[in-house]
Design a protein around this ligand. Sequence first.
Ligand code: PLP
Length: 427
Amino acid sequence: MNDTPEWLRDGLDHIWLPYTQMKTASLPLGVAATDGARLILEDGRTLIDGCTSWWTACHGYNHAHLADAVRRQLDVMPHVMMGGLANEQAYTLARRLADLLPGDLSRVFLAESGSVSIEVAMKMAVQYWINRGEAGHTKFVCFENSYHGDTLGTMQVGDMDQGMHGTYKDVLPQQHLLRVPIDDESRADFEYFLEQKAAEIAAVMIEPLVQGAGGFKFHDEETLKFIRFETDRHGVLLICDEIMTGFGRTGSMFACEQAGIVPDMMTLSKALTGGTLPLSATISSAQVNEVFLSDDPNTALMHGPTFMGNPLACAAANASLDLFEQEPRLEQVVAIERHMKDALPKAHDIQGVADVRVKGAIGVIELAEMRKLNWLKQRFVDCGVFIRPLKDVIYITPPFTIEQDDLAQLTNAMLQVTSEWSNEFYV
Ligand SMILES: Cc1ncc(COP(=O)(O)O)c(C=O)c1O
């Protein structure tokens, strides 16, 4: 604890950390500053960040364009409520997102976190049916290995059997958890399920192409197309949760574009502000929105977080969209993908490795089983990188602006540490 800064030592007894058994928690790394792809620790060490702070900092840390936009906005107006008052940044962002998103996804509800945007999508879906006068559409279909957040509503549409929310399962309403329809059998199951249950389903929810926190499981474009086709055929709403996949992470601006599908609702967060400030969006199609319009106040969506449309966060999001327009982000993702597809398959030769996969700027080594998680985390730090294994996967989701040498250091560390782990613990 001698190297530990005072603020960390003194605060540790009072802070409650995420997903952590506080009794046995190891000390987090004190971060003094960030810079590009780097975390600069309080003790002077520098780590290349393989996680981009839970997949947010897509332009790297401290990008001047984002910092300037937030600083400027701070001087003008840090916040005004959205009830009865309008701020330029929020309205501009809504218009820009509508222009950018596929199809008629054009009605933007802003909130502060990914989980809240999912809650809003769930409320919209349920109310869509109520407003149409079609009672009984109260349930959601979600998929094995899915993760959509930690709040009471969002946990229900996550995989509570294999995910981290099993403790809460018995106190929450049960939703329908199906296999992702990736093969003939699971497709037939999905089809049959919708045939039987469409009248009680509010919406199907999926993380398109890559299920993130559930273990970075991939499915292909055909699967997404199939889901859209069947939900259309059975008149069921489709929600694509692009909180992790949105803004280039899987190789296109939005993952659903790769399948050429348009969901009825989409959720965005994380990289929306380039990793600077909390913000999320639930975007519905004009057709879904239409059902909320009437002379009856009761058909309005009753939701309005205090900090929704916060001008600082929206200024950051607008600046982040500028960067996607002005800098070659998607080309950078292609280069990252190319490097990882070249480097990571070597891990197939390591005993204890179950799979290696790469999609866009996501590189994954899946272990047959996770052992010695804390040992792994420490070894990565020893190698000068911040890589945080999750479930049974060692993954990286680097900033798109990462330099080639830094990226190579991340993939080398993945291979080296996995190999050491295998030698130590897998014999
Ligand atoms: C796909 C997906 N949905 C929802 C969430 C929840 O977002 P937040 O942590 O901002 O509430 C996450 C967070 O990791 C996510 O990856």
